[in-house]
Design a protein around this ligand. Structure first.
Ligand code: SF4
Length: 373
């Protein structure tokens, strides 16, 4: 019996571009939302025609800013998903939102469409950091959005936060974390800022206008964050993700566990039966029907991908799950590298799992080079 798949749907519209953002998102193109909705629904229908009515255990509406979609569009997309796939009764259905564009009407629509998890891009409790990031909202709007979401009946709420910002200290980060905890979210994602080429931040960084915390400070902020959140009852389950009461993001967890998922919308990627499909990044290429890039993964690539994704997780790689998926034992495939990194203290082997240690989390990028195909 096939395991259920996840579904990712990309909704790429934004009010304006944040200064660090290199995601495929398109400010100033709101007039294309209706056409885009139709296109996504058609894509869902075409894939279902080919794949049949697969069982679905998670749906993730990401962006972009899904909360900028027009009334009825997300509900229509989710109706299409439910009519063409078998969405399980206990499926997790998540939607990303921006505190600058959340409304009661939108939340009501999500609730009615079966969305049961909200993710809010909060980023920082400091006005100067929100301004630097060119976010379109204030922290007061984050607080109001969480209250509005609770009133609308959402109790599974994630806040996205950012760390390693220019001039950030642990004290400053702690203020943001404290403010976030006061809102009692069920989940927190805390991502370190990465300067991506082509963004306004990249130019400022190259000019020397923007100074980031050095490696030592960045690592100290990271581990202080982990400790701070764990003391507050949020268990770390992935490099940058924390949940209380077991409220992990099932969609992302399944992706890191290398389960299959389908992607719909501009730039959306999917992995199904060893084939990776990626739609064109550009909004207009997607609307005009440019075909997705299709990559049949070689066994070596698939094995490396599964290992790499699993080592982001505190639970690490299940050796049984690896054999089931890849038909070969990870211990037989990489005996030398595994031995060396266990001896070096980056990995541990316990309970049938290869797990990253704390040092492993710090040095994983380097360690993975020894597993490359
Ligand atoms: S809201 Fe998100 S997707 Fe949109 S520009 Fe900002 S970071 Fe990028």
């Amino acid at each position: 019996m096939m395991r259920p798949v996840g579904i990712y749907i990309h909704l790429p519209f934004c009010e304006r571009k944040c200064a660090y953002c290199d995601f495929p998102s398109f400010p100033g193109q709101l007039q294309h939302r209706a056409e885009y909705t139709k296109k996504v629904m058609a894509e869902i229908g075409e894939r279902a025609d080919r794949l049949g009515s697969l069982q679905v255990d998670t749906v993730f509406l990401g962006g972009g800013t899904p909360s900028m979609m027009e009334k009825g569009q997300i509900a229509a997309i989710l109706r299409q998903v439910r009519s063409r796939f078998e969405v399980l009764p206990d499926a997790e259905i998540s939607c990303e939102t921006n505190p600058g564009s959340l409304s009661e009407g939108f939340l009501e629509e999500l609730k009615g469409a079966g969305v049961n998890r909200l993710s809010l891009g909060a980023q920082s409790a400091h006005a100067d950091e929100l301004e630097l990031l060119k976010r379109v909202h204030t922290w007061e709007q984050v607080v109001a959005s969480v209250q509005m979401a609770r009133l609308a009946g959402f109790d599974n709420i994630n806040l996205d936060l950012m760390s390693a910002l220019p001039r950030q200290t642990w004290e400053k980060m702690r203020v943001t974390l404290k403010a976030a905890l006061e809102l009692a979210p069920s989940h927190l994602s805390v991502y370190s800022l990465i300067i991506e080429e082509g963004t306004p931040f990249f130019a400022r960084y190259e000019n020397g206008e923007m100074v980031l915390p050095d490696d030592e400070t960045e690592r100290a902020i990271y581990w202080n964050t982990v400790r701070f959140l764990e003391q507050a009852g949020y268990a770390q389950y992935e490099l940058s993700n924390f949940a209380r009461d077991g409220k992990v993001c099932r969609h992302n967890l399944n992706t890191w566990r290398y389960h299959d998922y389908l992607g719909f919308g501009a730039s959306a990627a999917g992995l199904y039966l060893g084939v990776r499909r990626k739609n064109p990044d550009d909004l207009f290429d997607y609307l005009q029907g440019v075909a997705p890039a299709v990559d049949i993964l070689s066994p070596a690539d698939a094995r490396f991908e599964q290992l790499m994704l699993a080592l982001r997780l505190v639970e690490g790689l299940s050796l049984d799950a690896f054999v089931r998926r890849q038909g070969i034992s990870a211990l037989k495939l990489w005996p030398e590298a595994i031995k060396a990194h266990i001896q070096g203290g980056l990995l541990t082997l316990t309970g049938g799992r290869l797990k990253p240690s704390r040092l492993g989390f710090d040095l994983m990028d380097r360690a993975l080079l020894d597993f490359l195909p």
